[in-house]
Design a protein around this ligand. Structure first.
Ligand SMILES: [Fe+2]
Length: 253
């Protein structure tokens, strides 16, 4: 990956970052230990650690949502650059879009949920302007952020936007997708499944009431909508895992 053109314009306060990282992990360590954690945490973003240095303080807003925390950001980063390695795309635009794509926290049950990606893009634009990014690059990052969400209903036009959408969507399927589904259902007070008809054979799907219904209602449909060939290949592998999990789950009840 190349060097970061915009780095050095507004370097973040490392103490602030250390405190952020400590709070993400719920730790109350000493400053020295926090620094060690920060070093470990930035490692997954290497060799774009300079970009991560400048944007991580804005990446994960204060939230108790463990399905949109730092670990989600790391997984999306890993998937995005796995796809970028074969599909191409500008490393800085993609990296910034990944780091800021969930920088505004809107819960699934919040009526503003459909606006979440637009709100994140607005905030990202402000962050990047403060870091003296060129207007064209900011627009490219914002386009990717807006389009990554299903609810925004906007088709990605650039390779960076297509990769971000694919990378974020990969985190909704496979083993991780199943875990995030049940986690989110728990936060919303939903049941695991309908004991009278777990597979919804003779009733409409209701994924607000039952976590397992979300597999058929959404998760098992996601692999069809990927934007890149590399993303689609990865999605098919995770789709198969998800289907196996559903089959195993139903066989145990
Ligand atoms: Fe995300």
């Amino acid at each position: 990956m190349t060097g970061i053109r915009h780095a050095g314009k507004a370097v973040c306060d490392r103490d602030v970052v250390n405190r952020l990282v400590a709070s993400w992990f719920g730790r109350k360590d000493s400053a020295d230990n926090c620094f060690k954690d920060w070093t470990d945490v930035t490692h997954p973003f290497a060799p774009s650690s300079e970009l991560a240095d400048s944007l991580l303080p804005f990446s994960v807003p204060p939230t108790s949502d463990g399905s949109h925390d730092l670990s989600h950001l790391m997984r999306v980063w890993k998937a995005a650059f796995q796809i970028q390695a074969t599909e191409g795309g500008n490393v800085e635009i993609l990296g910034a879009a990944v780091l800021l794509h969930d920088c505004v926290a809107i819960e699934k049950s919040d009526p503003r949920r459909a606006e979440a990606s637009a709100l994140a893009a607005d905030r990202a634009a402000g962050v990047l302007r403060d870091l003296n990014w060129p207007a064209g690059d900011i627009a490219a990052v914002c386009h990717a952020i807006i389009c990554h969400s299903f609810s925004a209903g906007q088709a990605p036009q650039t390779i960076e936007a297509k990769i971000l959408q694919d990378a974020d969507r990969l985190d909704a399927i496979g083993a991780i997708g199943a875990a995030r589904c049940f986690y989110t259902a728990g936060r919303m007070g939903s049941g695991l499944y309908d004991p009278n008809d777990p597979g919804a054979a003779q009733r409409p799907l209701d994924d607000r009431a039952f976590a397992l219904d979300h597999f058929k209602a959404k998760l098992l449909t996601l692999s069809q909508g990927f934007q890149t060939a590399t993303g689609a290949d990865l999605a098919q592998q995770r789709h198969d895992r998800l289907q196996r999990f559903l089959d195993d789950f139903l066989s145990e009840i």
